[in-house]
Design a protein around this ligand. Structure first.
Ligand code: TMP
Ligand code: ASP
Length: 237
């Protein structure tokens, strides 16, 4: 049962549930980019993202990666554990694209010799600036041990996700993860894993199958998200 609204973000809402410590995470149909400056409502996006994220959290759980995910509860809803969110985003990159190309003058598509993990401070107003582990410690966002465990989990996610996507002809270029603390202090994966927060390229053609199609006005977002879901064998209505 969906109770009182606890939090509303750009892409999701969190509602209280009848069980203390558990929330209902609802995926919205809104698509945003550039920290909310570009915004559109795309019918069906919430359901696609809920289906994709539920499927991925299940696979990660089977591989031993703990997350806030409990179960899918409706077309656009999943039940999750309530977390004390850490305001540091972990980005893992396998191939150079997006902000690292601008920052370091790299060519898009450059294969990195090994996965790179970067940290960003979650703040739309500041445009999610890149930070170091020292900032997280100094400003009390997370301890060095917590950041180390987030990075380790993020790399474990990379193994599972990269191979799952490679099996269906998709390259995992990069992605962003968020983490939070359970009441016992244990760190688990939170938020979502969807093509909103990943770069996915068709392995043969390099065609973009993620939110870059929306950021760069390259056509139908729901069509490419649908394609990702179908290729992964995710049942859709
Ligand atoms: P970036 O190239 O803009 O740094 O983004 C790297 C990846 O992380 C890309 O797949 C988009 C995702 N990302 C988000 O979804 N939200 C964010 O706030 C950030 C910083 C990155
Ligand atoms: N945080 C950004 C936004 O949704 C991510 C992006 O630009 O894709 O506004």
């Amino acid at each position: 049962m969906k109770g009182k609204l606890k939090y509303e973000g750009k892409g999701k809402c969190l509602f209280e549930s009848e069980t203390p410590g558990q929330l209902i995470q609802e995926f919205k149909d809104d698509a945003t980019a550039f920290d909310g400056i570009k915004h559109e409502v795309i019918a069906g996006k919430g359901e696609l993202n809920c289906a994709i994220s539920s499927f991925i959290f299940d696979k990660l759980h089977a591989a031993g990666v703990r997350s806030h995910y409990i179960r899918r509860e409706g077309p656009r809803e999943m039940r999750v554990w309530e977390l004390d969110m850490i305001p540091v985003e972990v980005v893992i990159r396998n191939i150079a694209a997006g902000s690292i190309c601008k920052r370091l003058g790299l060519e898009e598509g450059l294969e990195l010799p090994r996965p790179l993990s970067e940290l960003f401070y979650k703040s739309d107003a500041l445009h999610d600036p890149m930070v170091a582990v020292e900032h997280a410690e100094l400003f009390g966002w997370a301890s060095a041990e917590e950041i180390a465990s987030m990075r380790q989990m993020a790399l474990q996610v990379n193994e599972v996700l990269s191979s799952m996507l490679a099996d269906v002809g998709i390259r995992l270029v990069d992605y962003k993860l968020e983490f939070g603390r359970l009441p016992d202090g244990g760190i688990v994966l939170g938020d979502e894993i969807t093509p909103d927060g990943c770069r996915l390229w068709d392995a043969e053609t390099g065609r973009k199958l993620d939110k870059d199609v929306f950021r760069q006005d390259m056509g139908g977002l729901s069509e490419v998200y649908h394609e990702v879901a179908t290729r992964l064998g995710i049942p859709l209505r």
